[in-house]
Design a binder for this molecule. Structure first.
Ligand SMILES: Nc1ncnc2c1ncn2[C@@H]1O[C@H](COP(=O)(O)OP(=O)(O)OP(=O)(O)O)[C@@H](O)[C@H]1O
Length: 399
């Protein structure tokens, strides 16, 4: 039956199908019209004005074979949304008594900040050394140990599961854990021309980390300027393939080094990871203030280790406090991008260089991260892109 969540368009579908009694009586034009209406009236946080308002291309193919009356909806979209549109396809399938599949192709463009270059220096960097990268997103936390690197890796896999091309740059110069988490410990990058390094590849994710180049012990004694120079080299002297998103795993904290990185890199936007614990939330607020200072938009907050579900009795316990990030997001007029439970499988995967999001991309753990990945991608488009339907248009009247 129809889920309440889909509201208006389901009632329209119900009305239509009730009138016609079954889909045999709906002709191809009516079906296409019904699908268009459904996509137009579907409203959610990531589609505040419906799916078709942001869709770049739309077509419906209806197979007429008597036993396989499948319907395929092809959409060209500016942000990842396959997981959300699969739910619409499921409801359409139920309503039309046909197998409806939505196929999303992505056309992810650099957001406004890159294109227009509100900061000349940033725009120049964006159009030269990182020309293959559409959008750089900083994943930051005020406090250390809240799960920022683990979240970065799993969001990268989640974006990939949603169809995007993704890379990770480990800027956590003082404690690079990305090589371990991606199963690339002890690997070294190669160079074909002696100038640019080839990023390493973990199941399709391109990765670069200071951990690939120097011993952890050596990097930890670096001072601010040295760390910042090393980071710039990692970003600019890597032969990045074409990427929709490069996620930067920022060093924890809100000091000079973080501020310098946020200023030097053409970051399109930032995301803050926190636990619901008060001391983590206080530092997360400082993180938001830091990005505000350098005019990098903060897309929202991810609450990690939100709760733990007992594997024996299923009881949900709020070990680090309840709903802290939700309240903080409200106070800061930001968005809660999602919550991730404290789960032993997430910790084990991180230690062994594996990811459940990659291995079971339709599983429960993957669903938390994929939802967050969709929210990040959509919010980047909606909040920052010129083509967003939410961008205010200024009209001038001739007098
Ligand atoms: N949702 C989770 N469930 C279970 N364990 C988790 C979860 N998120 C992170 N962890 C574990 O918590 C520890 C800290 O995580 P991680 O290294 O990602 O934090 P961090 O914020 O990047 O740390 P640092 O700031 O020191 O770099 C790791 O052992 C990781 O496996």
């Amino acid at each position: 039956m129809f889920s309440k969540k889909f509201g208006k368009f389901f009632s329209k579908l119900t009305a239509k199908t009730d009138v016609k009694s079954n889909d045999e009586t709906l002709n191809a034009i009516e079906i296409e019209q019904l699908i268009k209406e459904s996509l137009t009236h579907y409203i959610s946080d990531n589609f505040p004005q419906g799916v078709l308002a942001v869709c770049l291309q739309f077509s419906v193919t209806q197979s007429q074979k008597p036993k396989h009356k499948n319907i395929i909806i092809d959409l060209l979209m500016p942000f990842v949304c396959q997981g959300e549109l699969d739910l619409i396809a499921q409801s359409l399938s139920d309503n039309l008594a046909r197998t409806v599949t939505v196929k999303v192709e992505l056309a992810i463009k650099p957001v406004r900040q890159f294109c227009l270059g509100s900061d000349k220096n940033k725009a120049e960097q964006g159009s030269t050394s990182q020309g293959n990268i559409a959008n750089i997103i900083a994943i930051a936390s005020g406090k250390g140990g809240v799960g920022k690197s683990t979240t970065t890796v799993n969001i990268a896999y989640a974006l990939m599961a949603e169809g995007a091309k993704v890379g990770i740059l480990d800027a956590d110069i003082y404690g690079p854990s990305i090589p371990t988490m991606l199963g690339l410990k002890n690997e070294k990058p190669s160079s074909s021309d002696g100038k640019l390094m080839m990023p390493l590849n973990a199941n399709g994710i391109s990765a670069m980390s200071i951990g690939f180049l120097v011993d952890e012990a050596d990097a930890t004694v670096w001072r601010g300027p040295m760390a910042s120079t090393a980071f710039n080299q990692l970003l600019n002297e890597t032969d990045w393939p074409e990427l929709d998103y490069l996620l930067i795993d920022m060093p924890p904290g809100t000091g000079d080094i973080q501020l310098t990185l946020a200023q030097k890199v053409p970051v399109a936007a930032a995301v803050i990871v926190t636990t619901p614990q008060d001391i983590a939330l206080i530092d997360a607020v400082k993180g938001i203030a830091m990005f505000d200072k350098v005019k990098v938009p903060v897309l929202g907050i991810i609450e990690n280790m939100s709760y733990h579900i007992c594997e024996h009795c299923g009881h949900q316990s709020y070990i680090f406090g309840e709903a802290g990030a939700e309240q903080m997001a409200k106070d800061q007029q930001s968005k809660l991008l999602g919550q991730i439970p404290l789960d032993i499988a997430i910790r084990q995967d991180a230690d062994f260089g594996e990811s459940d999001v990659f291995e079971h991309s339709t599983g429960e753990i993957a669903s938390y991260y994929r939802k967050i990945a969709r929210n990040i991608s959509a919010q980047l488009f909606l909040q920052c892109d010129n083509a967003s339907p939410l961008t205010a248009t200024v009209t001038t009247k001739a007098i």
